[in-house]
Ligand binder design. Structure first.
Ligand code: AMP
Length: 280
C-alpha cells in the first residue's frame, strides 16, 4: 500500500490510472477504522481494479465546541487493517494541503442539509459536501462507498454528485453492528462501560418502532414508543430527534407511507450517537 500525503500527487496517480482504463473504488473516512469502515473497503476491493482509502479528520465539518480535537486517531492501527485488505493507496492529506490560507469555496446542498442532524450541527453538511467534492476531484473514483449508518449524509452526497455532474457511482453499504445491535462508530470509543450498556437502547428503540410500523403502520405511535424507550435511562442526556421520516425528503411522516426511515440522534453523557433503519 502506498501512502500519499499531497493532493497533487494523488491526483497525478489517479489521472494515470484513469488513462489506463482502471476502475477506482474510493472509501473516504476519518480513520480510527472499525468493521463498518472495513466492510466498505472489502466491497470496494471486490468491485474495482484499484482501491483508494482516504483518512482525513475534516475540521470544517465540526461545529464550534464539537469533538474535532479529541476525535480518535490511530494511523498505525489503520494502516495495518488497510494493508491486510490489499488497499492500493492510502490518501492521508494534512489540513494545510486541503485548506491552504485563503481557502474560500464551499459546497452547500440545500434543503436536505437543514433536516435531522443539520438542525443540531450547524455547517456540518456544508463541511461534508465540500470535502467529498474535493476528494472526488482529487481521487476521480469510478465508484465511491458510503455507509447507511450516516443515512442523511448518503442522500446529500448523492444529490451533490448528481447536481454537480460527477461521473461516479455512489454505493451505499449496510450498517455494521456490534453483537448487541449498537451501530459501530469511531465515537463509541468515548463511552464508558455504563454508557456503552445504555447505548444498546438506540437499536432497541429502532427495532420497536419497526415492529409498530410493520404491524400497524402507525408512525406517531412508533415515535412515541421510541421516545419512551430512550427516556427510560438517565444516561441518555439528550434526545435530539427520534421518529419516522420520508427516506427521500427527510420530512417527518405522520401517516401510512410505503417506505419509512426510522432515525434518531441522542447524547449518552457527552457522546452524540446516531442510528437509523430503512423500512420498505
Ligand atoms: P467516518 O470515518 O465516520 O466518516 O465514516 C466513513 C464511512 O464509513 C462513512 O461512509 C460512514 O457512513 C461509514 N461507516 C461508519 N460506520 C459504519 C457502520 N457501522 N457500518 C457501515 N458503514 C459505516
Amino acid at each position: 500500500m502506498e501512502i500519499v500525503r499531497v493532493p497533487r500527487i494523488m491526483s497525478l496517480i489517479t489521472k494515470e490510472l484513469q488513462i489506463k482504463g482502471k476502475s477506482i473504488g474510493f472509501v473516504p473516512t476519518m480513520g480510527a477504522l472499525h468493521e463498518g469502515h472495513l466492510s466498505l473497503v472489502r466491497r470496494a476491493r471486490n468491485e474495482n481494479d484499484v482501491v483508494v482509502v482516504s483518512i482525513f479528520v475534516n475540521p470544517i465539518q465540526f461545529a464550534e465546541g464539537e469533538d474535532y480535537e479529541k476525535y480518535p486517531r490511530d494511523l498505525e492501527g489503520d494502516k495495518q487493517k488497510l494493508e491486510k485488505l490489499e488497499v492500493n493507496y492510502l490518501f492521508y492529506p494534512d489540513v494545510q494541503n486541503l485548506y491552504p490560507e485563503g481557502y474560500s469555496t464551499y459546497v452547500t446542498v440545500e434543503k436536505l442539509s437543514d433536516k435531522l442532524c443539520g438542525r443540531f450541527r450547524s455547517g456540518h453538511f456544508r463541511g461534508v459536501a465540500t470535502i467529498v467534492c474535493k476528494l472526488f476531484n482529487i481521487v476521480r473514483p469510478t465508484r465511491a462507498y458510503f455507509g447507511q449508518k450516516d443515512y442523511q449524509q448518503t442522500l446529500i452526497i448523492k444529490r451533490m454528485a448528481e447536481d454537480l455532474d460527477f461521473d461516479v457511482d455512489i454505493i451505499i453499504c449496510p450498517t455494521v453492528r456490534e453483537l448487541d445491535g449498537l451501530a459501530m462508530s469511531s465515537r463509541n470509543l468515548y463511552l464508558n462501560e455504563k454508557e456503552r450498556q445504555a447505548a444498546t437502547l438506540l437499536y432497541r428503540s429502532l427495532k420497536e418502532a419497526e415492529k409498530i410500523l410493520r404491524e400497524e403502520m402507525a408512525p406517531d405511535k412508533a415515535k412515541r414508543r421510541m421516545i419512551e424507550i430512550l427516556s427510560s435511562d438517565p444516561l441518555v442526556s439528550e434526545i435530539q430527534y427520534a421518529g419516522v421520516y420520508d427516506p427521500l425528503t427527510l420530512e417527518e411522516v405522520n401517516q401510512k407511507n410505503n417506505k419509512y426511515l426510522i432515525a434518531l440522534a441522542v447524547k449518552i453523557g457527552d457522546t452524540r450517537l446516531i442510528d437509523n433503519l430503512l423500512i420498505e
